[in-house]
Design a binder for this molecule. Structure first.
Ligand code: NAD
Length: 285
């Protein structure tokens, strides 16, 4: 039987509807959430993201301010600018757009964003709160994955999950969030792929999350019958956006599956908006 599609756009819409109400209430109290976005250079992908972030913010009442820097900007100039945003009381949230030119230390910049304004939820302090199972401004994509899994209504306690990909912003925090739900979680990465044992892990996953960035890395026939499949990957193949999972075959085996596009992406954006509103609220305390 074909899987139920997890509709990321619908879930994101519901989150945004709630946020619109919260923003109205905050504005009545004189608090106006705003997101400051830092873009360096002219990466075409970033331009698309920035445009869509601006639209999403403004639609629900968050002011979006884009700050563009030339490709040859120095680390020091960016640090000074972030420190200025950290001090500016009108700024609720800050997002640093990736990729950055190779002479810029992106992690170094992310570290100096005030943890109370860290809209992406990836500063050391916010990541630390994930370890303590009390995310405040949580890492957007990992929080989105949990929201998508929650939408299935499946009881998580005791389930077996496999997380493919161990990046700092997706794989690692998602693993911690799953552990906090008492899900027994294995993490696979490039070395698992090279050793050839990826299928062995995937086949046992009742919940499978994939965040690698390689189209069709996960063969549909590896997917366990009845699994929940969350595909985080974004790949452009012959002008089309696809995930990391061989979707057409996997959807015949899974019980729930996210499409790409229309799965994780819209919910990740909704989490960015949620963090911005939460950041605005935190700063009033
Ligand atoms: P990353 O490049 O930082 O990490 C990739 C991970 O994949 C690493 O853990 C690496 O060891 C692992 N890997 C590489 N080759 C492998 C193989 N053959 N077998 C098993 N593991 C392998 O990636 P990231 O930043 O986590 O992003 C991963 C993907 O998710 C990308 O396609 C990215 O565009 C996408 N992404 C989507 C969203 C969204 O909102 N939908 C958000 C963030 C990232």
């Amino acid at each position: 039987m074909a899987a139920t599609l997890i509709d990321g756009r619908k879930i994101a819409g519901e989150i945004k509807e709630k946020l619109t109400e919260e923003i109205k209430m905050l504005k009545e109290k004189g608090v106006s959430p705003s997101l400051s976005s830092i873009q360096v250079g002219e990466d075409p992908g970033t331009k698309v993201y920035v445009r869509s972030q601006k639209k999403s913010c403004e639609k629900i009442g968050i002011e979006y301010n884009l700050h563009q820097f030339k490709e040859d900007v120095s680390q020091k100039e960016l640090e000074d600018f972030i420190n200025h945003l950290n001090q500016d009381k009108k700024v609720s949230g800050i997002i640093l757009q990736m990729p950055l030119p190779s002479h810029i230390d992106g992690r170094g910049l992310q570290r100096i964003i005030s943890s109370q304004k860290d809209a992406e939820g990836i500063s050391p302090a916010n990541m630390g709160m994930v370890v303590y199972a009390r995310p405040i401004l949580g890492p957007c994509t990992a929080m989105a994955v949990m929201e998508l899994i929650k939408s299935t209504g499946v009881k998580l306690y005791g389930k077996e999950a496999v997380m493919v990909g161990h990046s700092d912003i997706v794989g690692k925090p998602t693993t911690l969030l799953l552990l906090d739900k008492f899900v027994t979680t294995s993490v696979c990465h490039i070395a698992t792929g090279e050793r050839g044992t990826l299928p062995k892990y995937v086949r046992k996953a009742e919940i499978l999350i994939v965040a690698v960035g390689k189209a069709n890395l996960i063969k549909g026939e590896w997917v366990k019958e009845g699994a929940i499949v969350i595909d985080v990957g974004i790949n452009r193949v012959e002008g089309k956006i696809v995930g990391d999972v061989e979707f057409e075959v996997a959807k015949e085996r899974a019980s729930f599956i996210t499409p790409v596009p229309g799965g994780v992406g819209p919910v990740t954006t909704a989490m960015l908006l949620k963090n911005t509103v939460e950041a605005a609220r935190l700063q009033t305390k």
